[in-house]
Design a binder for this molecule. Structure first.
Ligand SMILES: O=C(O)CCC(=O)C(=O)O
Length: 247
């Protein structure tokens, strides 16, 4: 089995996988330096209205380089895994950041979807039609709130998986991340944010890839500047489902 097939196997079984030291630190450093002032400006405007629970914000990421880098979206290994789990026609449709601020607490375990694909069969277990690819702009340790996941819970009806977690009968795994590590996860894996007891925000950036037939605009996205769009190859453009701006 190749390494890619191993990762695809992990995604099918556990529902998540971490590629260690995958992105070069200078890409992450450049992203963090450019985004930090934008995060501060966002918090100035919206800080009193957290949208993911107390002291937690999900905000759209800028597509202005170097917040945006093509390497984040078009990485060959990541795309081979994402396409291997779903199919060759996937598109990216979300680019955002979960900012867990000091003071944030445990979230309830949850899945990341608003509506089941088939409302009449909410417990139906289906192959993945979305995957979330995340990387952190600061090391994620026990102190600043790693994501916790319940491996394999995407293969169990949600109510049953939640009952098992409540009863302490399901394994819960914290996912600390170093700079450059990439977490790929099925959003149907039960997960929660954990408390940030450090003195600094914990930014976790995410790209969502979905099967081309799936649409859902539940999360705000920024416009892709026209100049950035025009610099992409046709193959890259066909992977991007984002509004393109005028400039
Ligand atoms: O930021 C985190 O650690 C988790 C956030 C999350 O899962 C959510 O808000 O849905």
């Amino acid at each position: 089995m190749t390494a890619i097939q191993d990762e695809i196997g992990e995604m099918r079984g556990a529902g998540y996988s971490v590629l260690r030291a995958h992105f070069t630190p200078h890409l992450i450093d450049a992203c963090r330096e450019a985004c930090s002032p934008l995060f501060l400006a966002y918090l100035k405007r919206h800080g009193s209205r957290p949208n993911r629970g107390p002291y937690r914000h999900f905000l759209p990421m800028s597509f202005d380089p170097p917040c945006f880098a093509p390497q984040f979206f078009f990485d060959d290994t990541i795309l081979r895994i994402v396409r291997g789990v779903m199919d060759d026609r996937v598109v990216a449709d979300q680019w955002g950041c979960d900012l867990a601020l000091p003071g944030s607490e445990y979230q309830a375990f949850h899945l990341d979807y608003r509506r089941p694909l088939f409302a009449e069969e909410p417990g139906l277990i289906l192959p993945a039609h979305a995957l979330i690819v995340s990387f952190a702009l600061a090391r994620v340790t026990r102190e600043n709130g790693p994501l916790e996941v319940v491996p394999g819970s995407h293969r169990v009806p949600r109510e049953e998986a939640l009952r098992a977690v409540d009863a302490g009968g399901a394994p819960v795994q914290a996912v600390p991340l170093d700079i450059g590590d990439v977490l790929i996860r099925n959003p149907w894996v039960l997960h929660r944010g954990t408390p940030n007891t450090s003195g600094a925000p914990r930014p976790l950036v995410s790209i969502r890839y979905v099967r081309r037939w799936y649409t859902d605009d539940s999360r705000e996205v920024d416009r892709l500047p026209r100049s950035v769009w025009q610099a992409l190859t046709p193959a890259q453009q066909s992977l991007m489902r984002f509004p393109v701006g005028d400039r």
